[in-house]
Ligand binder design. Structure first.
Ligand SMILES: [Zn+2]
Length: 429
């Protein structure tokens, strides 16, 4: 499902380009000399292809079957090709022209991160590595571990010991070499960089490894093809480190370079109030990357909790160049959105994913999207990853006696003490 093309890397901080045969493994060697530990990355690399060459042998009509990539052989697990659903119910709730859900809960390990891991693992194998490491809030780690299991190579994972239990258990089940660290994501990120240098592993850290961004672009190609190139006006992206939004931008950027689309949809970064470094940086037009930071980031949407968004520079550029914007939502709004998305669409989402829907509601309330416009919300991960948060959004029924009488009693009086109908809070009111 890929199509190979020649490429170069370009540093987004200084603009220096590197031919593929002479490309740095991770970030720009010049800019990274000024890198401060624990801060957003300098010198993130973007992959640019020879689009003119590619156009000669490829057509828009076949874009759904071929995505422009460097030459690699992918692992056996099937990644991408996820559904795009139109939701009348959600559409009515916000009263806009159309709402589509990009359902990433059906990726093999249950999250959008598989798109990045897929390419990174393929690249590691091409380069001859048989050990890969990463730091993660949970999903990137379980994704890497699952895809490494599929490819038959070893993963070394640094993840906060406080990550949701399902994510830790998933990692262990995949056979990852797991380091549950007594520290936050930012601590794990720095530690994994040290381990990479010490042990010579390949590193999948998001944005630090440029292929993570390139892997995450594929959803844009899919959305374009699924909508027959009639693109939505806005795309709502749950945002932590800023790599997914940069990947979405890159996918559309490729299509624009090929002349297959006329403009990139407005991208909307949605962050939790407690982890809002990118929203603030955009509002303040912050140019100093080291200042795109917040202390003690915290949210129920654990996947989005970062002090220093590692791909802040590229995320901000993606927002500006797409004419997009950024907004925050509260943890209460995120929890409420879990029940709302799940009960309205049948797609069971984790807090980070419901953040996209909470963001669309907020945008509509504040007039940032109009009734005549359409939106895609990226549902980035399954609710099975974080049952504890989903539980906050629901009310489980009490046990019911195994008699028809008891069942009738519950039907007559759902709120009696003998049994409570499973009621989704916050949806009907
Ligand atoms: Zn540079």
């Amino acid at each position: 499902m890929v199509s190979y093309a020649k490429y170069i890397f370009r540093c987004i901080t200084c603009g220096k380009t590197f031919p593929s045969q002479d490309a740095p493994e991770y970030v720009c060697p010049v800019c990274s000399e000024k890198q401060e530990s624990g801060k957003s990355l300098l010198g993130v690399l973007e992959c640019l292809y020879n689009y003119e060459d590619y156009k000669l042998t490829h057509s828009k009509n076949n874009a759904g079957n071929e995505i422009i990539f460097p030459p690699v052989v992918f692992p056996p697990l099937k990644v991408g090709g996820t559904p795009l659903y139109s939701s009348e119910k959600l559409c009515k709730k916000v009263d806009i022209k159309n709402v589509w859900l990009k359902d990433e809960t059906v990726e093999p390990t249950g999250s959008y991160k598989d798109r990045a891991s897929y390419l990174v693992v393929a690249m590691a194998q091409k380069k001859g590595y048989n050990k890969i490491t990463c730091a993660s809030t949970g999903n990137a780690a379980s994704s890497l571990a699952g895809i490494c299991a599929s490819a038959g190579i070893e993963s070394y994972i640094f993840v906060s010991a406080s990550a949701p239990r399902a994510k830790l258990v998933q990692l262990a089940a995949y056979g990852a070499n797991l380091f549950p660290i007594n520290g936050n994501y930012d601590t794990c990120f720095e530690l994994s960089l040290q381990a990479t240098k010490e042990f010579g592993w390949y590193n999948r850290n998001t944005a630090y490894n440029p292929w993570t961004i390139e892997g995450k672009k594929t959803a844009s190609w899919e959305i374009a093809c699924q909508l027959n190139f009639e693109l939505p006006d806005q795309i709502f992206v749950p945002t932590g480190d800023g790599v997914i939004i940069s990947g979405i931008y890159k996918g559309f950027f490729d299509l624009l370079q090929l002349g297959w689309i006329e403009k990139i949809p407005q991208l909307v970064a949605v962050q939790p109030e407690g982890s809002d470094a990118i929203v603030k940086a955009l509002a303040e037009n912050e140019k100093d990357i080291s200042k795109i930071y917040r202390d003690e980031a915290d949210s129920v949407a654990d996947s989005l909790v970062v002090n220093a968004p590692r791909n802040a520079e590229m995320a901000l550029r993606s927002l500006k160049e797409s004419g997009g914007y950024a907004l925050t939502v509260s943890d209460d709004e995120i929890i409420k959105a879990i029940a709302e998305v799940s009960s309205s669409t049948g797609v069971f989402v984790e807090p980070a994913a419901s953040t996209a829907w909470a963001g669309l509601k907020k945008a509509r309330e504040t007039g940032k999207i109009t009734a005549e416009q359409s939106a895609v919300i990226l549902l980035t991960g399954t609710g099975l990853k974080d049952i504890a948060s989903a539980e906050k959004a629901t009310q489980l029924p009490l046990p019911v006696e195994p008699t028809l009488e008891a069942v009738k009693s519950v039907i007559r009086n759902p709120w009696s003490v003998s049994g409570v109908r499973c009621q989704v809070s916050g949806v009907s009111n």
